[in-house]
Every structure is written in C-alpha cells, then in structure tokens.
Write a protein that binds this ligand. Structure first.
Ligand code: SAH
Length: 380
C-alpha cells in the first residue's frame, strides 16, 4: 500500500504497528512530503532494517502518468491512471513566476452542468486522499520541485481544487488532502494558497470554511434561478438565495479574503446587460470578486462562447458598479486542459467504441442497447 495520502496521525499509527516510535513517523513524513522520496532506500536517516521492512510492506507510489502534454502557452496536463484503471486529469497553469496546480476530486462528476464536458462522463467515483495528493506530487515530480522550495521561489505555488468532480461531494477525502498539502514540514502549500471551487453544495459550505480554511470559489454562472437551474441542475436543490446566504456566512470571509465567483460567458444565455444588472443586485454587500470565464467549447457542446465585445461590455458594467471582474483568458485550450474540458482519454476511447458498435446495429438492436447503456453523445 502506498504511504502517500496518509495523514500524520495515520502514518504514526502505521509505524506504531511496526513497533516504531513516533519520531520515526516524523522522519518518514519529511522524506515523503518535503524531500519527495520515491524509494525507501534513499531515506538515510532511517535504519537499514526499517527501510527494508517498509520496502516489503509499503510503497511510495503515485498515480501512473499515462500521458503528459504541454500546451503552446506552457500549460501542462497529466492524464493519470489509478490502481483500478480509472483515470483523471491534473493541470498546471503557469503565471510569470508562480502558478497553480489544478487537481481533480472525483473521476467524472455527477452534477451534469450543461456547459461542462466532465459532466458527460458516465463513470464516477470519489478519489481518495492518496489519489488527490498524488496528483500534486506528480506535478512536483514533473517540475523537479523537491525538496519543497521556499514559498517565494517555487513555481507550483498554488493549488486549485477545480479539476474533475465536485469537491464538496467528497468532503472527507478532500479535507484530508488539504491537511497534508498545508503541513509546513511537507508540501507546505498554505491554506491561503489553496482554493476550492464548488458548484454550490450549500449544506457543506460552512464546514468547508471551518474545517479546511481554504479560499472559496463558487461556480455562479447565472443571476436568476431560472437561468441557473436550466444550466446547473444543482440549483434546483440549492437555489440562489440559499447559496448567497451561505456565502455571506462563510467562515473567514472578509474584504481581504473575498469569495471568487466564477461566471462562464455563454452566448445569449447569461451575458446580457440585464444579466449584469441582476448580478450586481444579487451580490450586493458580499465580499467577492468575479472571474469571467470565456466558455471553452468541447465536441458536441450545446453552447457558444459570448463574443469578446459582449464579455468586455459585461466586465465594464460590473466594474462600474465597483466589482472586481477580470476576464480569465483561457489556458491550455489546444490540449483540452481548460476549464470544463477535462475528460479522461479512456472515456473518449470508450465512447468511440460504443458509437462504432451502435453503428453496426439495426435500429431495433440500437434502441435496446441505448435503453440499457444510455444514448451516446454526438460524435466530435
Ligand atoms: N465542481 C466544481 C469544480 C469543477 S469545475 C465546480 O463546479 O466549481 C471548474 C470550473 O470550470 C467551474 O467554475 C465550472 O463551472 C467551469 N467550467 C465548466 N465547464 C466549462 C467550460 N466549458 N468553459 C468554461 N468553464 C467551464
């Protein structure tokens, strides 16, 4: 079993079971998360005997990187395979002298937001802490950022829980992963540099602030329940008044620590001057900043991106009302690494096979097949 993803207490317990004292767990922790060790025999502060016993029973395995791609704008994406063959993607988005690693919290996603590619993936399961932390460690491996550099000098400075999946539907695993990430004698990514993005799982928002203490981003995407419910089914369960109330009560929210509101610009859906006015009313008094995201297209997507002129007008309207509303330029689009484009290659492959199989059937066979396995989305 891999030791990656164990909390300090769990690692201490593993060593206690092996008859070792707590300070050994501290040393091991340092090797795993500060030094990024891949093998026990590198761990020169541990006895040969302990190294051999660890080697026999445990590993330091990360998820397997089945594909690494770097986009024209230097955004990098890893397709990762877990022990059961399921896959997820992680992305690194570099800025000038820093950058964010975007990690997934689930394989696939149950939310089915209409504009998101991940939502069309049918296989879904939660990732465990080792799989979540493993994504960040793979990114560190790829950039050789070991031992953990100081906060100021590292390129992989931030973590955003904004990849595949809904992190607040996998709360315990995500909270554990955050506690490991934030540990000062390890990966040392402070909670102020970690942002969790949720589609608005209202009952978990308060706990998120209290237990994890991370920055919160919310996929808002609409200013009225009518529009939001049409594009995000979760809004039917947790409508806007409940969501905004939960954001106002988010532990630690202040003008110095504002909530990020993500707003994907969909042509003719949520991008009119009236939408902007409704948005301004909706967030009055909430310490927040917007992130206007040009919609990233994917094969078969039922939306188009608003024109740049419309997005700029929308941004200006928010700015005139005193709101911070930068336009987030898409990154990594050429390798399908941008927001909403993540979907594992195996899933794409599976769909291609399924479509090919359907194509060989009679209409009756096809109907039976589709009733059993679902309708295949349109081919790209
Ligand atoms: N489930 C979480 C985190 C994953 S989505 C959430 O909903 O916040 C990360 C961000 O990408 C969300 O704001 C999501 O709404 C946005 N997104 C999804 N599909 C997109 C697309 N096609 N173009 C642009 N942004 C998209």
């Amino acid at each position: 079993m891999t030791l990656i993803g164990l909390t300090r207490d769990e690692l201490t317990a593993v060593l206690a079971d092996m008859g070792e004292k707590p300070f050994r767990a501290k040393q091991l922790w340092h090797w795993i998360y500060h030094r990024g060790a891949h093998r026990f025999d590198e761990m020169s502060t541990l006895s040969k005997d302990l190294r051999a016993r660890l080697e026999a029973t445990h590993s330091l395995d990360r998820p397997t990187v089945t594909r690494e791609q770097t986009a024209g704008d230097a955004t990098r994406k890893w397709l990762l395979r877990f022990h059961d063959g399921r896959e997820a993607e992680a992305v690194y988005i570099p800025e000038d002298d820093r950058g964010a690693v975007c990690v997934s919290s689930q394989v696939g996603c149950t939310l089915t937001c209409r504009f998101c590619h991940t939502g069309t993936q049918t296989l879904v399961r939660n990732l465990d802490p080792s799989e979540i932390i493993g994504q960040f460690m793979v990114a560190r491996d790829s950039y050789g950022e070991w031992p953990t550099p100081t906060d100021e000098t590292r390129r992989l400075s931030n973590v955003v829980l904004m990849g595949m999946g809904e992190p607040l539907f996998n709360f315990d695993a995500v909270a554990k992963a955050v506690s490991i990430l934030a540990d000062g004698d390890g990966l040392a990514v402070s909670r102020r540099r970690i942002t969790l993005s949720t589609a608005g799982v209202v009952p978990m928002i308060e706990r998120c602030g209290r237990d994890m203490g991370v920055n919160l981003a919310v996929s808002l995407h609409a200013a009225t329940d009518e529009v939001r419910s049409a594009i995000m089914p979760i809004n039917k369960k947790y409508p806007l008044d409940q969501l905004i109330a939960a954001l106002r009560a988010y532990p630690g929210v202040s003008n110095a620590r504002r909530i990020t509101l993500e707003y994907v610009m969909l042509k003719g859906v949520n991008d009119s001057p009236a939408d902007a006015r409704a948005l301004i009313r909706l967030v009055r008094g909430l310490p927040c900043k917007f992130n206007l995201i040009p919609f990233n297209a994917w094969p078969g997507a039922p939306f188009e991106c608003s024109s740049m002129k419309t997005i700029e007008r929308f941004a200006d309207q928010l700015a005139e009302a005193g709101l911070t509303a930068p336009i987030r330029m898409p990154r990594g689009r050429d390798i399908l690494a941008a927001c909403g484009q993540l979907k594992s290659a195996s899933e794409r492959e599976r769909l291609r096979n399924y479509r090919a199989r359907l194509a060989t059937m009679t209409p009756e066979e096809r109907a039976t097949e589709e009733a059993a396995h679902g309708r295949a989305p349109a081919a790209p």
